[in-house]
Write a protein that binds this ligand. Structure first.
Ligand SMILES: [Zn+2]
Length: 563
C-alpha cells in the first residue's frame, strides 16, 4: 500500500472526550471514529487489525474441532422468554418491534439461538460432541458507555458453544478450549493471566476469565508463578498463614477501655499490634444474626462469607441490632462470654494463630485480653472468609507471595452444564436409548476488546506498539524525499518486501519528521528509512518500533529483517 492512497486520517491533538489510552490512540491513529455514544466506526487500518485478530482466533477454534456459522443479530422474543432472560436481562437488552408488532431483541449473546438449533437438529449421542462458533456484532444498551470500544453498545465478538453427551466429555473439552485461549493470547503477543472466575470455595474452577495484564486495567488481579490466578474479590487465602504458633496461654483479663471502640484505638491504648486482635463483626444473614471474626488487621470478604453461610443476603447489623443481640454497644463485641446469647461464631482461618488475643468483652467500655480459641470460645466453622491482601502467600503452591496487577478481561470460558438445555428442553438419545439433556459449555472472546487491550498493554508516549502478528502493516518504508535515487531504492525494497509481508510505503510529500511521527503513532513494528546517506553505504536504516536504536542493513539483505 502507498500511503497517499491509504485512508489513514491521523489526528495530532488528543481527543478531549477519550477516557483511556487505547481510545485516544485508536482515534489519533485513524483506526476508529465515534459515530455516537458507545458506537464506533472501524476505519480501514483498524479493520485490518480486527480481521487479523479474528483470523488468529478462527484458526485456533478450527484446530479444536470448532465449526463456524453465522447467526442472526435480530432474535425473536419467544426464545428469550423460554429461558426467562427476556425479563432477567433488563434494560441492557435492545428490544425492537417489527411492522407487525412482533417483538425482537438485538443479540447480546446467543445461548438461546444455538440451543434451539441443536434441539431441532441433533438427535443422537453419535452426533456429539459438537462445537459451533461465530464472529458477530453484539449489542448491549450500556447505561454509560466508556473506554472506547472496550465498553461500547456495539461490539465484535467470537462466541462458541459446545454440546456433549457426558459431564466428563464436557470437562475434558473445557480444558482443550482453555489451552486454545492460551494460545490465542500468546499469538496476540499478550502478557496474560487466566483467572478463576469462581474460587475453589465458590463451586469449582469451571469458569475462567482471560485477563490481559495492563496498568490501566479495570480489574485488580492476583497471580503466582506456579500458575494460580484469580480476581481479587474471588482469590482464596492460604490457611498456612493461619497456622497456630503455640505459646504460653495466659488467664483471661478484663481491661477498661472507655469509649475506645476500633481495633486501632484499643491497639494504641494497650500498646499491642492489631495482629493480636480478634475483630468481631455482627452480620445479618438472611435476617439471622451471626458473629464473624477475623484477625484485627484483616478484612472480611462478604462474597466468601455469603458462600459459607449459604445465604442470599448478607449485611452488617446496625448498632441497634448489635446492642440487642449482645447487650453491649458496637465496638465492644467479642467471641467470649456469649453465654445464652444464641449466636453462632464463624471464624476466618487467620484467627487460628492468635494466642492471648484481644477483643471486646460484650460489656460497655471493656475489652478482654488473653483470649484463646477452644478454651474461651468455639467457632461453629473456621473458613476462608477474608480479603486477599499484599504480602499474602499463594493458596495453591503455599510458597510464593502473590503478585498484584491490573487486568482487562478479553475472554470468558464457562461450563454451563444443562442450564439452557433443561429450560429449553433440548435432549438427545444416549447409547441406551434414554433421553438426556445436552451438557453445554460456552466460550466468548471480545475481538474488538482485544484490539483495545493490546494498545493498553503495548504503547509509549509516541503511539501504539503493535505485535507483528496483528500489526496493520508489518513494515513501513520512509523515503526522506520520494524522488530520484531514493525513490528508486524505496520502490525496489517495497516490491521485494511486499511479496513476503504487509508493507506500506510513505510516499507523501511531507517532512521526514512528520513521517517518523506518524509511523510511531501507527505503531508499525519495522521502520525502514531510505536517504542519500544510507544509499551511500549501499544500505537502509532499520528501526524496530519497540527498540530505541536503529541500525544499517545492506539493501541486498533486506529480507533478513523479517526473520
Ligand atoms: Zn503459587
Amino acid at each position: 500500500m502507498k500511503y497517499t492512497q491509504a485512508f489513514i486520517p491521523t489526528v495530532k491533538e488528543t481527543p478531549s472526550d477519550a477516557d483511556t489510552i487505547s481510545q485516544k490512540l485508536m482515534l489519533r491513529a485513524g483506526l476508529i471514529r465515534k459515530l455516537s455514544s458507545g458506537i464506533y466506526e472501524w476505519l480501514p487500518l483498524g479493520l485490518i487489525v480486527l480481521k487479523k485478530v479474528e483470523q488468529i482466533i478462527r484458526e485456533e477454534m478450527n484446530k479444536i474441532g470448532g465449526q463456524e456459522l453465522l447467526l442472526p443479530a435480530v432474535l425473536p422474543k419467544e426464545l428469550w422468554v423460554e429461558t426467562g432472560r427476556w425479563e432477567i436481562y433488563g434494560d441492557e437488552l435492545y428490544r425492537i418491534k417489527d411492522r407487525a408488532g412482533r417483538e425482537f431483541c438485538l443479540g447480546p449473546t446467543h445461548e438461546e439461538v444455538i440451543t434451539d438449533i441443536v434441539r431441532k437438529e441433533v438427535r443422537s449421542y453419535k452426533q456429539l460432541p459438537l462445537m459451533l462458533y461465530q464472529f458477530q456484532t453484539k449489542f448491549r444498551d450500556e447505561i454509560r458507555p466508556r473506554f472506547g470500544v472496550m465498553r461500547a453498545k456495539e461490539f465484535y465478538m467470537k462466541d462458541a458453544y459446545s454440546f456433549h453427551a457426558t459431564e466428563e466429555d464436557a470437562a475434558n473439552y473445557y480444558k482443550i478450549v482453555f489451552d486454545a485461549y492460551s494460545r490465542i493470547c500468546v499469538k496476540c503477543g499478550f502478557k496474560y493471566c487466566p483467572v478463576e472466575a469462581t474460587t475453589g470455595a465458590i463451586g469449582g474452577s469451571s469458569s475462567h476469565e482471560f485477563m490481559v495484564v495492563a496498568d490501566t486495567g479495570e480489574e485488580e488481579i492476583i497471580s503466582c508463578d506456579c500458575g494460580y490466578g484469580a480476581n481479587i474479590e474471588k482469590a482464596e487465602c492460604s490457611r498456612t498463614e493461619g497456622k497456630r504458633v503455640l505459646g504460653e496461654i495466659k488467664d483471661l483479663e478484663e481491661i477498661y477501655t472507655p469509649n475506645l471502640k476500633t481495633v486501632d484505638e484499643v491497639s494504641k491504648f494497650v500498646n499491642e499490634k492489631p495482629e493480636k486482635f480478634i475483630k468481631t463483626l455482627i452480620y445479618l444473614a438472611d435476617e439471622k444474626p451471626v458473629m464473624v471474626i477475623v484477625r484485627g488487621d484483616m478484612e472480611i470478604n462478604e462474597e466468601k462469607l455469603k458462600y459459607v453461610l449459604k445465604c442470599n443476603q448478607i449485611a452488617l447489623a446496625n448498632a441497634e441490632t448489635v446492642e440487642k443481640v449482645l447487650g453491649a454497644p458496637v465496638g465492644f463485641a467479642g467471641p467470649v462470654n456469649l453465654n445464652d446469647k444464641n449466636i453462632d461464631i464463624y471464624a476466618d482461618f487467620s484467627i487460628e494463630n492468635i494466642v492471648n488475643g484481644i477483643s471486646g468483652a460484650n460489656k460497655k467500655d471493656y475489652h478482654l485480653k488473653n483470649i484463646n480459641i477452644d478454651r474461651d470460645y468455639k467457632p461453629l466453622a473456621i473458613a476462608d472468609l477474608r480479603k486477599t491482601r499484599r504480602g499474602d502467600l499463594c493458596p495453591k503452591c503455599q510458597e510464593n507471595h502473590l503478585k498484584f496487577s491490573r487486568g482487562i478481561e478479553i475472554g470468558h470460558t464457562f461450563r454451563l452444564g444443562i442450564k439452557y438445555s433443561k429450560t429449553m428442553n433440548a435432549t438427545f438419545l444416549d447409547d441406551k436409548g434414554n433421553k438426556n439433556h445436552f451438557i453445554m459449555g460456552c466460550y466468548g472472546i471480545g475481538v474488538s476488546r482485544i484490539v483495545a487491550a493490546m494498545i493498553e498493554q503495548s504503547h509509549d508516549e509516541n503511539g501504539i506498539i503493535w505485535n507483528e502478528t496483528v500489526a496493520p502493516y508489518r513494515v513501513i518504508i520512509i523515503p526522506i524525499s520520494y524522488e530520484g535515487k531514493i525513490k528508486e531504492v524505496s520502490d525496489l525494497i517495497y516490491n521485494q518486501l511486499s511479496e513476503k509481508t504487509d508493507v506500506i510505503l510513505d510516499d507523501r510529500n511531507e517532512r521526514a519528521g512528520v513521517k517518523f511521527k506518524d509511523a510511531d503513532l501507527l505503531g508499525i513494528p519495522i521502520r525502514i528509512t531510505v536517504s542519500d546517506k544510507t544509499i551511500a553505504e549501499n544500505g537502509v536504516e532499520v528501526k524496530y518500533r519497540a527498540e530505541k536504536t536503529a541500525k544499517l542493513t545492506k539493501i541486498g539483505n533486506i529480507l533478513d529483517i523479517l526473520k
